[in-house]
Design a protein around this ligand. Structure first.
Ligand code: AHG
Ligand code: MN
Ligand code: MN
Length: 336
């Protein structure tokens, strides 16, 4: 072949998973890659809908309210049904849990084949859809537990976050970017719309250990626990050395910035959400897995997010997540 002709070399997410599995988990069966393909396919469809939101009928609300008590946006439903349909074809997925579904969807009674449980927030940041601000999809993957009798579906679902076998998110923004971890570091891919593949652009991402950026909705300042208010006041003092405040209002976007630039994101308890607003199973747990894999930390103010034993499907939790030193600093105020 003419040496001057360079093949278009790039690493897709499927190739990346396979290569790492061959190197780090030779016993892997490729099952996870098959599942991941269902998620990446669905997010490509969602990305296309998001890009054309003003041109196709995906804006606005459905007029319904979901189990969370939130008004459902059309794109919430489109994203939810797209992911459910795409995962439905993956015969190794037994159960799906979605922020938008009251109950789990049991695709197949859990058996040796349908061993995966996928939990997801199909469209995060719904309030930002109609104003063209970054939104995202968050997913978490568990495996069924051994020795659970048939029908006890919740026993398979309500596992602590440290049991996750994979987690990731997609952010639909100026570009569509996917980050995932299977416990061997955090890796990031950009969707190439010309050929419809996610191409590797950063491997083994580490979160900056420090970061003078805090991300919180300060409109609720008066409702926050005293220690949180003390921390927020401290950030504005000379001694703090100059903090910036950033809040996009889409967890995925605020987390993505924190992962890459450092700092801390907080959603503390408020009067309206005494247990916090964010959901444990498909928002806090997957992002906490990613944060820790990148050297960061995630807590609910009293314990590590990944150690929490879920008691309910749509359980909410306070969340402080980001650079380890910054999370520790918030805790030092909150627990004082
Ligand atoms: P979702 O759109 O999936 O319900 O999530 C919205 C969440 C999260 O994305 C964001 O961090 C938070 O809501 C913003 O809440 P406030 O508007 O109360 O700040
Ligand atoms: Mn969300
Ligand atoms: Mn959502």
């Amino acid at each position: 072949m003419n040496a001057s002709i360079k093949p278009i070399a790039f690493n897709t997410i499927q190739q990346h998973v396979l290569e790492r599995q061959r190197r780090l988990h030779p016993e892997a069966t490729g099952e996870f890659n098959w599942l991941l393909g269902g998620i990446t396919l669905a997010t490509k469809v969602i990305s296309d809908q998001v890009r054309r939101a003003g041109l196709v009928d995906v804006l606005g609300t459905t007029g319904e309210t979901n189990v969370q008590g939130e008004v459902v946006q059309k794109l919430d439903v489109i994203a939810n049904e797209t992911i459910a349909a795409s995962l439905g074809y993956r015969d190794n997925v037994g159960i799906m849990v979605s922020e938008e579904d009251d109950e789990p969807r049991i695709l197949k009674e859990l058996d040796a084949k349908a061993k995966y449980i996928v939990l997801f927030d199909p469209l995060d940041g719904s309030s930002n859809i109609d104003v063209n601000v970054s939104i995202g999809t968050i997913f978490s993957v568990l495996q069924r537990r051994e020795g659970i009798e048939a029908g006890r579906v919740m026993d398979h679902i309500l596992q602590p976050g440290y049991q996750q076998v994979a987690a990731g998110y997609v952010i639909y923004s100026s570009s569509t970017v996917m980050a995932y971890t299977t416990g061997d570091g955090v890796h990031m891919f950009t969707l190439d719309p010309a050929i419809g593949v996610y191409r590797l652009h950063r491997e083994n991402i580490t979160m900056p250990p420090m970061g003078r950026t805090y991300s919180v909705n300060e409109a609720y300042f008066a409702q926050f626990p005293k220690g949180i208010r003390e921390y927020l006041k401290w950030t504005k003092t000379e001694e703090a050395g100059g903090y910036g405040q950033r809040y996009i209002g889409s967890l995925v976007a605020d987390f993505h910035r924190t992962l890459l630039k450092g700092g801390v994101f907080l959603y503390p308890p408020t009067r309206k959400a005494p247990k916090g607003k964010l959901r444990l199973l498909y928002e806090a747990n997957p992002l906490a897995f990613i944060a820790e894999q990148a050297g960061g930390a995630a807590t609910d103010g009293t314990q590590r997010i990944l150690d929490k034993i879920p008691a309910a499907l749509h359980e909410r939790t306070p969340l402080v997540i980001g650079s380890k030193a910054e999370v520790d600093r918030v805790l030092s105020f909150w627990q004082s």
